[in-house]
Design a protein around this ligand. Structure first.
Ligand SMILES: C[S@@+](CC[C@H](N)C(=O)[O-])C[C@H]1O[C@@H](n2cnc3c(N)ncnc32)[C@H](O)[C@@H]1O
Length: 514
């Protein structure tokens, strides 16, 4: 995962950077010391922590940051299973086979190496009696609910210094009281820890606070398809939300360090932000999700603009005049909607109901799409007319097609016809234009879209090989350009490194053969 940059003193490729500013690299401590006289005037950290009444603490750029720069990198404070999880190893977090158990506490794990992992050894392993573990985790009948307790237990067992960092994170205790999640924590975690596992030293209020901190501040970390865990990070968890974020983050699979990267140039004084929602969701859905899960109403520039920065993701088509119906004030969840052409008014409840029904339809179709992709294509055709081609629902359907065509079994490039490949290319280009407004620069979304564009373009080239050699060469060159742009973004993610290299070699060979 570590990238190499030239040592500021001798230019030898190095992976160790100045821990204060992270802007320069050194091959050794000696060279770092020798360069200090030069470097000290330039050594300014990327960010500082500020605080406001409305937003709590947040990160602000202390100096200008270039797109692609690493803003911060740090190990997790706490790591563990999510509230909803299938049984997994508490060391490496891969699904367990059930044949190995920790020699000290009896939890199902993968191996002796996993049972020595720090979070397990210093957390639940010390706190739960092996006999009790056996009760709830008998082979072949593992009670998944027990896994909900692991990450809170790890928080409760932190050493004093780390506990101080944890305690400063927001828990939203007051807002959570009386909610479903509060009741769930009471039943499944607090009572379980105190009554079944006899951990009576922790009162219910304390356990609730820890669970609130986890819900508010955790990052989702993907382990493999359909398996993810959660992690708290002392500084990265202080990034506030914006619906057009200026960072993305990646996790090192070896030690789960987070690395936060600037996706575009950030000016000194600008907030350093992440997104807590799905990027294609419309304004109503994003704001409601943030209010229910993170307890704030987003007021960012994308939310405040009825036309969503010109993308019209949320807009509906007026059935009277064909104009666009948008909210009169998106920051007021009760405000009515109005057609910009004829002034026709719509109650917000009707708009929500319509969006909900279209979303439910798409969800159903998406489950069948691997075997029946034409359902997605029909959905796109229908709602491009009934709403408009840039509606959030149409965009999500197009993104689903991009991911299926050329990747899913039965829908590999050899299974597709030229029209289908043409549509994948068209959708990639449309979504890249959209990304320039809502997730610009070196975002993961743009990285994925460019990668998909590259593969579809290469396939188009292969198909034109016999027909038109000039066109073939032009398509391959385009594919190479898209691959380079995609590599510039995705090379930070370890599972992409080999894939990108394979594609590079494949395209190089195609060009050589030509
Ligand atoms: C992961 S924490 C971020 C750090 C937090 N601000 C703090 O003081 O510790 C998420 C919480 O920060 C606040 N927050 C994040 N983004 C915000 C925004 N754009 N506007 C208002 N509050 C925000 C909300 O209280 C949210 O639940």
């Amino acid at each position: 995962m570590s990238e190499h940059f030239p040592c500021a003193k001798c230019q030898v490729p190095s992976t160790n950077c100045c821990s204060k500013c992270r802007a320069v690299y050194y091959c050794s401590r000696d060279h770092q010391k020798a360069d200090w006289a030069n470097h000290k005037t330039l050594c300014v950290p990327h960010f500082k922590i500020e605080e406001s009444e409305n937003e709590g603490r947040y990160l602000v750029a202390k100096r200008s940051i270039k797109a692609g720069e690493i803003i911060l990198q740090e190990p997790p404070l706490v790591l563990g299973p999510k509230l909803q999880t299938s049984p997994l190893c508490l060391g490496c977090y891969k699904p367990i086979s059930g044949t190995y158990r920790c020699s000290r506490c009896n939890w199902p794990m993968c191996s002796a190496v996993c049972e020595e992992s720090d979070f397990h050894r210093n957390g639940e392993c010390q706190m739960i009696e092996p006999a009790l573990v056996a009760n709830y985790l008998c082979p072949g009948n593992i009670n998944n609910l027990v896994y909900q307790c692991i990450t809170p237990l790890r928080c409760l067992s932190l050493l004093a210094k780390d506990r101080q960092v944890l305690d400063k994170l927001v828990s939203h205790m007051e807002q959570r009281k009386g909610t479903d999640i509060y009741r769930l924590v009471e039943q499944n975690i607090s009572s379980f820890l105190r009554q079944r596992l006899k951990l009576t030293q922790y009162d219910s209020e304390h356990i609730q606070r820890v669970c609130g901190i986890l819900e508010t501040n955790c990052f989702d970390i993907r382990i493999q398809e359909r398996v993810s865990i959660r992690g708290l990070y002392p500084k990265a968890s202080l990034m506030n939300h914006e619906c057009v974020p200026n960072t993305r983050h990646v996790f090192d699979p070896a030690d789960f360090q987070i690395r936060v990267l600037a996706t575009r140039d950030i000016r000194a004084g600008e907030k350093i932000s992440a997104t807590y929602t799905q990027i294609f969701w419309n304004t109503i859905d994003r704001r409601l999700h943030l209010k229910t899960s993170k307890h704030f109403w987003c007021q960012c520039s994308r939310c405040a603009d009825p036309r969503e920065l010109g993308t019209l993701l949320s807009a509906l088509k007026c059935t009277d005049c064909g104009g666009m119906i948008v909210s009169k004030n998106p920051l007021d969840q009760f405000a009515s909607w109005e057609c910009s052409g004829c002034g026709l008014a719509q109650r917000v409840e009707n708009v929500k109901r319509f969006h909900d029904s279209v979303r439910a339809e798409l969800k159903q179709i998406a489950q069948l799409a691997r075997s029946r992709p034409e359902l997605l294509e029909n959905f796109i055709a229908t709602y491009s007319g009934a709403i408009h081609p840039g509606s959030c629902h149409v965009i999500e359907a197009k993104y689903a097609i991009i991911q299926l065509y050329g990747n899913a079994s039965q829908l590999l490039y050899d299974d597709l016809n030229e029209e289908q490949i043409g549509r994948k290319l068209e959708y990639c280009n449309q979504l890249l234009k959209l990304a320039d407004f809502i997730d610009p620069g070196l975002s993961q979304l743009r990285g994925h879209l460019l990668f998909e564009l590259q593969s579809a373009m290469e396939n188009k080239a292969s198909r034109s090989f016999k027909r038109d050699s000039a066109q073939f060469k032009e398509f391959v060159k385009k594919a190479v350009d898209h691959l380079m742009a995609s590599s510039g973004i995705l090379r930070h993610e370890i599972h992409w490194v080999d894939i990108l290299e394979q594609r590079r070699l494949a395209l190089e060979n195609i060009l050589k053969a030509f």
